[in-house]
Design a protein around this ligand. Structure first.
Ligand SMILES: Cc1cc2nc3c(=O)[nH]c(=O)nc-3n(C[C@H](O)[C@H](O)[C@H](O)COP(=O)(O)OP(=O)(O)OC[C@H]3O[C@@H](n4cnc5c(N)ncnc54)[C@H](O)[C@@H]3O)c2cc1C
Length: 461
């Protein structure tokens, strides 16, 4: 009996799909790699289904790829034609909200938005938010240690993980679903799995930490004349707002100009400033909160740290401000080819880093376009390069971009992960000793390299 038949026998035929039975949505993720039909698609409904699948695949040393909401941007969940794909979308239950311990227990296929809503209905709050909230899953968020637009205040997904249930390559179920806040009992397996991009285990359930509901946010769109000033503003707002600065997003002049050029936005301040800032602070909406928000920004205008500021007077204004930041989701449709980067830069090196890559782009991508934006308060820049000629070799620009990351001790992937797409660049951010340690851990847990083979670490490493 072959492996696909054995999976059908073991799990039931309604959970195993082949060829044209596999819907198009499972054939690619958001990395824009060409759609690929895997050998089979398994859609488990329980942890024991996942365990049985891995046991059978491991016995055959058959590679598998794990799929959450398929919103990943680096090809981590993108199937290959020799792989069996495991889609976690049928395991999407919110199992429990524990008010006393402030935790939520969910199956890995629950979407981020489901979790946010369930927390809100229970009068609590989940601290991660990102544009793909309606589709990305908690399992995918944990596997990629997703960041998003509130990291400044609540941290990344790692900070929200209390416990994990996961299945190892040989089918062993490891239950580490403790809810306790303090747990110093040896190696922290849930934290090791977090950010491992499906290379160490299939995450089946997660125990998430919840918070008290924060006050509603006040929002502003501001113009800063320099990156240095924008960073001073960020520090001052964090201090003045007592840690309640939630969002501090930056859009460089190049970003606003590209949006205008493609008819996707109209710059809010006439000619675009060096950096346009989207700021949100969870201060509440009462008169005192508004007065503090407005007077703080006004002081900064008077000091010349900001050149202009628009303060949202309504939820509609706030949503309109977000349209500037989210316009980038459409940019790639307007240029023949986009190359996207997601780097983490120490804040004190941010201004120089952007100058370095802009200079390098004008040398290596003549007549092309380079845009910079992202989670400025976190030092997390998203960079998109659009060569004038789509056939142009991007390698010299990429080498300059990644070398500059290395020179300033930054990260070549701040939040999207390594997946398939960034595997050759990992050594810009990780030393030989770190890579050897990662390979040793991978080999100890998944000796036949069946889990997400060829992602993060090169195949058969
Ligand atoms: C519009 C848009 C906005 C985005 N904004 C952000 C942002 O602000 N911050 C950010 O960090 N990312 C962002 N992303 C990227 C993406 O949404 C995140 O990486 C997200 O965490 C992926 O979740 P997913 O469920 O879609 O995972 P998938 O894309 O399905 O998978 C991602 C990786 O996780 C693995 N994986 C998935 N589920 C499991 C599981 N149960 N067990 C083990 N491994 C698993 C996969 O094998 C793959 O390696 C954005 C993407 C889009 C399209």
């Amino acid at each position: 009996m072959n492996l696909v038949q054995a999976l059908g026998e073991q799990l039931g035929k309604d959970k195993v799909f082949v060829g044209e039975e596999i819907l198009a949505k499972y054939l690619s993720d958001a990395s824009l790699l060409p759609p690929t039909v895997p050998v089979a698609l398994v859609r488990p409904t329980s942890t024991s289904d996942v365990s049985a699948t891995l046991r059978l695949c491991n016995a055959e040393r058959w590679p598998i790829v794990i799929q959450g909401g398929l919103t990943g941007l680096v090809g981590g969940a993108h199937p290959r034609c020799d792989e069996i794909a495991i889609a976690m979308d049928r395991m999407s239950k919110i199992e429990e909200i524990d008010i006393v311990n402030r935790t939520m227990t969910v199956q890995a296929g629950a979407t981020l938005e489901q979790v946010q809503r369930a927390a809100a209905q229970a009068g609590l709050f989940y601290g991660v938010d990102l544009g793909a909230r309606g589709t990305c899953t908690i399992g995918g968020n944990v596997a990629t240690n997703a960041g998003g637009v509130q990291v400044l205040r609540y941290g990344m997904t790692r900070q929200q993980v209390a416990g994990i249930e996961a299945v190892l390559a040989d089918g062993t179920i490891v239950n580490s679903m403790s809810k306790v806040l303090k747990n110093n009992t040896g190696y922290d397996w849930p934290q090791l799995v977090t950010g491992s991009e499906g290379t160490l285990a299939v995450i089946t359930r997660v125990c998430l930490r919840l918070m008290p509901t924060p006050k509603p946010v006040l929002a502003a769109l501001c113009a800063a004349g320099s990156v240095e000033n924008a960073l001073v503003v960020c520090r001052r707002l964090q201090e003045t707002f007592d840690g309640n600065l939630v969002t501090y997003e930056g859009m460089w002049r190049s970003y606003m100009e590209a949006g205008e050029h493609w008819g996707l936005l109209t710059a809010p301040f006439g000619s675009a400033p060096t950096v346009t800032l989207l700021i949100e602070a969870a201060l509440g909406l009462d008169g005192d909160a508004r007065a503090l928000f407005e007077s703080t920004l006004f002081e900064m205008l008077e000091e010349g740290l900001l050149h202009d500021a628009l303060i949202a007077q309504s939820e509609a204004d706030r949503r309109r401000f977000w349209q500037y930041r989210e316009a980038n989701y459409e940019y790639y449709r307007h240029a023949p080819k986009e190359f996207h980067y997601d780097v983490g830069i120490p804040l004190d090196r941010l201004a120089t880093y952007v100058e370095t890559i802009e200079a390098s782009a004008s040398r290596t991508l003549p007549q092309g376009r380079l845009i910079v934006y992202g989670h400025l308060g976190d030092g997390n820049l998203h960079i998109a390069a659009y060569p004038a000629d789509p056939a142009q070799d991007i390698a010299p620009f990429e080498m300059a971009l990644y070398s500059a990351v290395q020179d300033c001790g930054g990260s070549i992937s701040a939040e999207h992960g390594i997946g398939i797409k960034k595997i050759d660049q990992l050594a810009y951010s990780r030393s030989a000793a770190e890579l050897a340690l990662m390979r040793a851990i991978k080999h100890a847990i998944d000796p036949y390299d069946i889990l997400n083979r060829g992602r993060v670490l090169t195949a058969n490493a």
